[in-house]
Design a protein around this ligand. Sequence first.
Ligand code: GSH
Length: 210
Amino acid sequence: MQIYGFPISPFVRKVMVACAEKGLAAEVIPVNPGQPPEDFLAASPYRKIPALADSDFTLADSTAIVTYLEALHPAPALLPADPRARAMAVWFEEVADTILTTEGGPMLFNRFVAPKFLGIEGDEAKAVEAEEKLATRLGYLDQQAATGEWLGDSFTIGDIAVASVFRSLAYAGWELDAAAYPSLAAWYGRVCARPGWQAAAAQEAAVMGG
Ligand SMILES: N[C@@H](CCC(=O)N[C@@H](CS)C(=O)NCC(=O)O)C(=O)O
C-alpha cells in the first residue's frame, strides 16, 4: 500500500498510525498538494492529502481510507462494533478533524508551513488567535480523558485523530499545557507510547528528514 502526503498533516498521520496499529505495511510517498504528481491526482481528485493506493484501488480522504482499512482488516478494531462506542469513536475523530484542525490550523500554517515551505512570513496575530481559540476546546477533552485510559471505552480512531492534531501542532512549537489539562496530557503520553504510534513516528521522522 502507498499513502500519499506529508505527515505534518494530521490527516496523513491518522492514516499512517491506523496502518501501523493494524500491522499493515504502507509506504509514505511525500506529496505537496501544490505540485501534485499525476498518480496522486488520479487518487485524490480534489488534491487533498492523504490519498491511498492499494494495488489498483485508490482513495482519498483520511476517514474514507480508515473506513476501508477497517473493513479490510477488522482487527484490532479502530471502529468498535458496539453502536455507542463506534459512534463515540467517530465523534472524537470529527472533533479532531473539524474543530481542532480548523481552529489550530492557522497556527501550523503561520508558524511552520508559511516560513518553512512557502518561504513567506507567517501572520503571527493569526497564529496567536488560533492558539487562544484552540485552548477553549481542550477542557471538554480533558474531562473525557479523565474518565478512563482512552477518550472512549477503548483505543479508537478518535484517539488517533485527536493525538495526531496535537503532534502536528508541535511543528509550530505548540505544546499541550499539562498543568491546565493534566488528564489530557497523560492520555496523550499513553497514545504516543503505543507501538503503533511509535512505528508511524519513526516513519514520519524518516520522511521529514529526522
Ligand atoms: N477531510 C480530509 C481533509 C484533508 C485535508 O484538508 N488535507 C489538507 C492538508 S492538512 C490538504 O490537502 N490541503 C491542501 C489543499 O487544500 O490544497 C481528510 O480527512 O483527509
